[in-house]
Design a protein around this ligand. Structure first.
Ligand code: HSE
Length: 367
C-alpha cells in the first residue's frame, strides 16, 4: 500500500512525522515524499531509516500511484491539485489539513475521538476525502466532547486566545523578534513607567517588525483572525458553528456556537474561554464527570486559583496531547449557564494528530 506525503516540511507536517515516528506508524505502508521545490533531492526523513528521493508534487502520474495522499501543503496546493487528480480518475484517499475541502459534500471533517462513527460510515459509503478541522473547533470539541455527546448543550460562546503558530511559522519568528526588540528597548530603564513608554514608542515605530503579524503581538493582541466576511464576523469565527456541527453530524439541527477569535502571544497553545447554556440543570459534580470521562485526553482542573494557574498554563500544555478544562462554574446571569476555560496544542490535536489517526484508520481498513 502506497502513501504519498505532501507538505511534510512545514510545522504541521513536521509535527505529523514526529508523531508517526513516536507511534511506530511507518512500518505498515510504503511512503513517498513529494515536494513543490526540491524534486530529485535526496533527503533523510524523520521516522525513516533510509534516505529518500523527493518526488514532484505536481506530477499527477506519480501522485496517482498512491492509495492515500496526505497533504499539509496548504489550501492553494489542494486547490491546484485535488480536482485535477480526481478529473484524471484517481480514486484514492485524500487526507488534508487545509480548509479548502472541508465543506465539500463528499468530505468528512475528521476528529475520530469525537466522530469515529461518521468516519466509519463515510468509509463504508466509499467516501474518499477526509479533512482535518480548524484548530480551535477541534480543541473545543475535544474539551466539551462529553457534553456534546450527551446532547445537553443549547448554545456555546467561544472567546479564543489563539497562538502565533496558527498564523504560520513566520508569525512565530516575528513574535520572538518583537519580544527581543521590546526587551532591548526597555530592559535597562530603571523606572517602570519610563520603560513602558519607551517600549510603546518602539512598538509604534514604523520599523517594528510586523510584516506577518500586521500589528504588535508581543505585548499586544490582534482581535481578528482570517478573512473579513463583510458581515462583522471573521471567517475563523464562522468556522466554529459550521465546522463543529459538520464534525458532529448535526448540520440539519445545528448547535449555535459564536464568539470572537483573538490572536495572542502564546507560541503554539490555543486557549478558549467558553460559556455554554445547557438544556437542563446539571449539577457541577455531574458536569465535571461528563466532561472528564469523555475521552483519554481531557482532564478537568479544579476551579481554584492555585490549580488554575498551575494546570492551565500554555507552556505546560504545548507539545502534549493534553486537553485541560478548568474554570468550570455555574454563572449567575441566567439558569443553566456555565463557564469553562480550556487549552490545547494547536499543532497536535489542533492539526496533525487527527490526520495521523485518520491515516491509521484507512491503513487498517484497506489491509
Ligand atoms: N486558523 C487557525 C489560526 C489555525 O489562525 O490560529 C489553523 O486551524
Amino acid at each position: 500500500m502506497k502513501v504519498g506525503f505532501v507538505g511534510w516540511r512545514g510545522m504541521v507536517g513536521s509535527v505529523l512525522l514526529h508523531r508517526m515516528r513516536e507511534c511506530g506508524d511507518f512500518g505498515s505502508f510504503d511512503s513517498s515524499f513529494f515536494t513543490t521545490s526540491q524534486k530529485g533531492v535526496q533527503r533523510q526523513i524523520t521516522g525513516l531509516s533510509e534516505e529518500v528521493v523527493l518526488k514532484d508534487a505536481y506530477n499527477f502520474e506519480e501522485l496517482s500511484q498512491n492509495a492515500v495522499i496526505l497533504s499539509c501543503q496548504g489550501g492553494e496546493y489542494s486547490k491546484q491539485v485535488y480536482s485535477e487528480l480526481r478529473k484524471n480518475g484517481w480514486s484514492g484517499y485524500w487526507i488534508d489539513a487545509a480548509s479548502f475541502l472541508r465543506m465539500h459534500p463528499d468530505s468528512t471533517v475528521i476528529l475520530d475521538p469525537v466522530n469515529r462513527n461518521l468516519i466509519d460510515s463515510a468509509i463504508e459509503a466509499g467516501k474518499k476525502n477526509f479533512i482535518g478541522g480548524n484548530c480551535t473547533v477541534s480543541l473545543m470539541l475535544m474539551a466539551l466532547h462529553g457534553l456534546f455527546n450527551s446532547g445537553v448543550i443549547e448554545w456555546v460562546s467561544s472567546m479564543t486566545y489563539q497562538a502565533a503558530s496558527g498564523a504560520g511559522a513566520e508569525s512565530i519568528r516575528e513574535l520572538i523578534s518583537q519580544m527581543g526588540e521590546i526587551s532591548e528597548a526597555g530592559i535597562n530603564k530603571p523606572d517602570v513607567l519610563e520603560m513602558e513608554e519607551t517600549i510603546r514608542a518602539r512598538m509604534l515605530h514604523d520599523d517594528f517588525p510586523t510584516q506577518f503579524t500586521k500589528a504588535p503581538l508581543a505585548g499586544g493582541l490582534i482581535p481578528w483572525i482570517d478573512e473579513d466576511l463583510g458581515s462583522g464576523q471573521s471567517r475563523e469565527e464562522w468556522k466554529a458553528e459550521a465546522e463543529a456541527n459538520r464534525i458532529l453530524g448535526t448540520e440539519s439541527n445545528p448547535t449555535r456556537i459564536e464568539g470572537i477569535c483573538v490572536r495572542v502571544g502564546t507560541l503554539r497553545c490555543h486557549g478558549q474561554a467558553l460559556m455554554f447554556k445547557l438544556k437542563e440543570k446539571v449539577d457541577l459534580s455531574q458536569l465535571t464527570r461528563i466532561i472528564n470521562d469523555a475521552n483519554d485526553w481531557v482532564t478537568v482542573i479544579g476551579n481554584n486559583k492555585d490549580s488554575s494557574i498551575a494546570g492551565l498554563s500554555p507552556a505546560k500544555i504545548s507539545g502534549t496531547l493534553k486537553i485541560p478544562v478548568g474554570r468550570l462554574r455555574k454563572l449567575s446571569i441566567d439558569d443553566n449557564i456555565y463557564s469553562a476555560f480550556t487549552l490545547g496544542d494547536q499543532l497536535l490535536w489542533g492539526a496533525a494528530e487527527p490526520l495521523r489517526r485518520m491515516l491509521k484508520i484507512i491503513v487498517q481498513h484497506i489491509k
